[in-house]
Ligand binder design. Structure first.
Ligand SMILES: [Zn+2]
Length: 239
């Protein structure tokens, strides 16, 4: 293979690798983000449950006050029994007593109902707190793994940068300018292999003459359709 072409293929592969590092790092960070989001959602639901419990407890307090009032009323009614003058007054008093007793029993039921809700909410709260603890432990573990992976990616990136700059030291300036001009629009596909007699940048079939030149690899050949630099890839090598 033409020496310049060989170096161009190498340079292009380094550049492709370099552009892959940032997405890889983002991908690692995204792994953590999902867990952090879940933890935040649990925290929000814990706060909601606290608010709900407060609300139920305040209703219970109101019911207790009401209950105490009803009991005082019932005491008053029983005292009034001694002052009853006639049958009509007695009936009225008995009716009032009956209604008050019903109200007391309703208030008692309501308190039981509210206590059941509180109990349920508290068990939900406990569950949510346990989930949060689990999630926070996972976050710690993932954070460590992600940090390690990012460190590894950065090391790999440094070594690719190193290899790239070593390659550039002996690089022909004209060829480099030529490459960078194509790279401006073709990004990481400035230098592409030919597969099945097609350019792997624009995926158009190339004519037999150009294809023969690519196979010979004596010159730097551009795709007649898009202008990318073409090379014949080893059959065994996967791009
Ligand atoms: Zn092309």
């Amino acid at each position: 293979m033409n020496k310049y072409l060989e170096e161009l293929v190498k340079l292009s592969k380094f550049d492709t690798k370099i552009s892959m590092f940032e997405p890889q790092i983002e991908n690692e960070k995204a792994k953590l983000a999902t867990f952090v989001e879940t933890a935040e959602a649990i925290k929000t639901s814990i706060n909601d449950i606290y608010v709900q419990i407060d609300d139920v407890k305040s209703k219970r307090t109101k019911n207790n006050i009401h209950l105490a009032e009803l009991k005082t009323k019932l005491d008053d009614i029983s005292k009034k029994h001694n002052e009853v003058q006639n049958e009509k007054e007695l009936k009225a008093l008995q009716l009032e007593e009956e209604i008050t007793k019903e109200q007391i029993s309703f208030a008692n039921e309501e308190i039981i109902r509210l206590d059941e809700i509180t109990e349920e909410k508290e068990s939900q709260l406990k569950e949510a707190k346990e989930k949060l603890t689990e999630e926070e432990e996972s976050i710690k573990e993932i954070q460590t793994a992600v940090d390690e992976k990012i460190e590894q990616i950065n090391q790999e990136r440094n070594s690719v940068y190193q290899e790239r700059s070593e390659l550039l030291e002996k690089f022909d300036n004209k060829i480099l300018t030529f490459y960078e001009k194509i790279k401006r629009w073709a990004k990481d596909t400035a230098v592409v292999p030919v597969k099945k007699q097609a350019c792997y940048g624009c995926f158009m079939k190339i004519n037999d003459k150009t294809y023969a030149e690519v196979i010979k690899s004596e010159e730097i050949v551009n795709c007649p359709h898009c202008g990318r630099i073409l090379y014949k890839e080893d059959e065994t090598e996967e791009a």
